[in-house]
Design a protein around this ligand. Sequence first.
Ligand SMILES: [Mg+2]
Length: 168
Amino acid sequence: MIKKLMPDRMFNSYRDITPEILSGLGIKALLLDIDNTLVTYDDPDPTDEVTAWLKQMNESGILTAFVSNNSDPSRVERFNKSLGYFAVSRAKKPLPNGFRRALEYMKVDACNAASVGDQIFTDVWAAKNVGAYAFLVPPIKDKTTLFFKAKRFLERPIIKKYKSKNQK
Ligand SMILES: [Mg+2]
């Protein structure tokens, strides 16, 4: 079980993920979470930083798609408007379907793809369910609901384990 929840890599920000790191791992495509990974829930559009990072990826031959659990399709649609990527809303991560659809569209095998997300119980788990790399980033600005606090609390031991494993 814990194997299914263990991120392969943790980064301090999506910005720390570079084409060099990806090519070193044989990764050709990114399955991107939006909320709290690239922007906060309150940002309807990609920031200039996000857009620049995505363009840098695409120029290096890395394909990108959005796979969001957001229940509002218009949120994903608007965020993707200037970018025009393949995008899934209501993906129901950790269920694998959203990632599978995006991989199929990009024609990339799961073993050559990485998910980038801020949540272990959705993003990391979904990546493991399809056999993709799981990259975890800290949430940009967490919601303060009890549900979110509980999720973060449950993530703690896994993050601790990751850190102790990778500091050796
Ligand atoms: Mg998220």
